[in-house]
Design a protein around this ligand. Sequence first.
Ligand code: PEP
Ligand code: MN
Length: 623
Amino acid sequence: MILVLKQGVDDETKKRIRAELYQKGCVLREVNGGDQSIIVAIGHGDLAVETLMAMDGVAEVIPMTSKFKLVSRQWHPHDSRVQVGPITIGGERIVLVAGPCAVESLDQALTIAREVRRYGAVLFRAGAFKPRTSPYSFQGLEEEGLQILARVREETGLPVITEITSPSQAALMDKYVDMVQVGARNMQNFELLKCVGRLGKPVLLKRGLASTIEEWLMSAEYIMAEGNDHVVLCERGIRTFEPYTRNTLDLSAIPVLKNLTHLPVVVDPSHATGIREKVAPMARAAIAAGADGLMVEVHHDPDNALSDGPQSLYPQQFGQLARDIYVIAPVVGKQLDFDYLEKARRPSPVQTRENACMAAYVGEPGGFSHMACSQYFGNDVQLTIKSSFREIFDAVAIGEAQYGVLPLENSLTGSIHENYDLLLDYDLYIVGELYLRIIHHLIGRADTRMADIRRVWSSEAAMAQCRTFLERHTDWEMVPVHGNFSAVTQMRDHGHTGDAAIGSREAARHLGMAILAESIETNPRNFSRFVIVGKEPLPGRTKSKSSIVFSTLNQPGALFEVMKVFAESRINLVKLESRPIHGKPWQYMFYADIEGDIMSPEMAAPLQIIGSKTDFLRILGSY
Ligand code: PEP
Ligand code: MN
C-alpha cells in the first residue's frame, strides 16, 4: 500500500504511523519531497484500505497493483541511483564495468585493471568464486582472489565487484569488495538473496538463465525486503533455442524494466553472446536501448585465460567500444565521462567551503544548460545560476564556483562567439566537454488536443529549430519568450486550454505538463557542445582533445605555415574558427581544436614550431 500523507504532516505523526505499520509486520519505506511525504507499507495481505485511511495524518491510500512492491516504479517514479564507492550507477552517466571473468593472479588482475581504467571503466569486475558448469574447471582463487581485488582497488582507485556464491562468503565480501554480484545461476537462491540483502553492500543482480522479468524483479524484491535498496539489475542473456550465440541477449528487457522498476539496469554483452566479435555490437545496442551501463569481460591474453577467454575483449577493443559509447550516449540523453573516476575520487575543495558551489551556468533550472550540468556532474552537486556568461567566468576566477558550464556551439546554428571571446579574456582552462542532444517537444495541459491549440510560447531559437513543424500550423499565434523553461512556465501560469509551449522533456516533467507532440525539431541531429571551464587543468587520464588559440604574423601564407605543422606532425585538426581581434581591425584570432593531448611529450616539438610561427599562442585546455 502507498500511504500519501497530509501536506506538511509533522514528524511526530509520521513516527506514529510508521510504528503502527511496523507493529502490523509491514516492511516500510518513506519518501519525502517538499512538504509531501509518502510511506510505502508492504504487509501480508491483511492491510485494509479503510483501516489505513482512518490513521491520523493519512490523506490517501493507493493499493499497489503489481506483485513486486519495493522495486516498483509506482511509488518511486524517479530513477534510483546506486552508489558504489565514489561511483553512481543510474542517472545520466553511463557506467562501464570491466575486467576478466576470473582473478587469475595479482599481475593479471592489475594489468587488466590498469588497461580498462585507462579506457574509461569506473568499476573493476573479476570472479574469485566461480560457479562453473563443470566441477573440473577452474573454480577461482577464493579468498586470495578477494585479497587481489582489494589490492587492485588500492593501486588503481577502481571500486571492485565480485560474485558471491554462498552466504558463507558474506564476511569475506564485506571485508574485501565494494559490490557483490549474484550470478545468473543463483538468481533464485533465496537464502543468498536474503543474505546479500542483510549485508547491505550494493548488489548486482544478474538475470537467471531461464527466468522471466517478473521472477527477476521478485528476486530483487527479496534483497530490498531485507532493507537493502542498493540493487542494480544486469541483463546477461537468456537461454533460447538459438545455438549461434551462448545465450540470447534480451534487449527488450531494458525498456520493459525501465517502465516497471526504478532500479538501474546494466547489460552484460559478454555472457549474452559468448563470442568476442558479437560483444561490441550488442553493447552499443544496449546503450541505445536505454541501459545505464555495461559490464564487459576484458583480458589482455584471452587465449590463455582460465575462463571465458573466447568472449573477452582485448583492452584496445574495449577502448574502441568506450569511444563508440561516448558518441552514442548523447543521442539517448546520456554521457560517458572518461574522467568520471578521477573526478569522483577527488574531494572537491570548493564544495567543502560554505556558499561555494560545484558549477555555474546561465539559464533556468530544467533548461538545456542545467541538463548539461547534471549530465556532467551528476544530480547531487550544488549549482548556481548566473545571468551572463561573463559572470560565470568571474565566479570561477574568484573561486565562487569550481567550474563553469558554457555552450560553445550548436550543430545547426554555429558558434557562440561571446564565449570564444571570453575564453581569451580570462585565465581559465577548458577541462571537459559534453555534447547534449537538443530535442524540442510541444508541451501543454494533459487535456489539450492538437486541434484546440491557438497560441504557442517559445524561445526564438526553438521556433527557428522547429520551423518545419510550425509551418504546418500557420494559424498558431507564436509568443516569443526568453528561455525554453520560461516558455513552459509562462504557458502553465498564464495560458488556458488552447495554449502550448515548446520545451524539453525535463521542463514538462518538472512542471507537471504533458507532451502533446514529441521531437518536433526539424533536424534530429541537433546537438549543442558545452565546455567545462576550471581554474586549473585536471591531472590524470591522457586527454584526447585540446583547444588552442593563436594569431599569426601579418604576412602571406602565415596561417598556411601553422597548418603545415599540424599536417606534417600528423595532428588532426577538428575545428578552426576565426574571431576579429578587438582594436585591431582586419586581424584575427584563430581558435583550433585538435585531437590529442597538447601537453603530452610528443606534442612538445610541434608546439614549439607553432610558437615560432605565431605572434600569440595560448593553450585553452586538454580534455
Ligand atoms: C560472470 O559474470 O562471470 C558470470 C559467471 O556471469 P553469469 O552469472 O551471468 O553467468
Ligand atoms: Mn565469465
